[in-house]
Design a protein. Structure first.
Length: 65
C-alpha cells in the first residue's frame, strides 16, 4: 500500500471503515512539500507503525538544483 498512500482519497485497507476521514491529508501534505521543492516518504513495519518524514531545501537555489 505504500505506493498508493500519498494518492488522493486513498485510505488503507485495514482502516477504511474504522477511522473517519476522506483520504486527502497525505496527498495535501505531499503537494505542499513538493511545491516547495521538498520530498516526503514513509517507512513502515506491519504491526509496529509508520514513520512519515520529509525534507525541504534550505534555499530557493537549492530547490532549483
Amino acid at each position: 500500500e505504500q505506493s498508493q498512500i500519498f494518492d488522493k482519497f486513498y485510505r488503507g485497507q485495514g482502516w477504511r471503515f474504522q477511522v473517519p476521514g476522506t483520504g486527502l491529508g497525505l496527498s495535501i501534505a505531499k503537494g505542499i512539500i513538493e511545491a516547495h521543492g521538498g520530498k516526503i516518504w514513509v517507512a513502515s513495519q506491519p504491526g509496529a507503525g509508520s514513520v512519515f518524514s520529509f525534507s525541504l531545501p534550505a534555499s530557493k537555489e537549492e530547490a532549483e538544483e
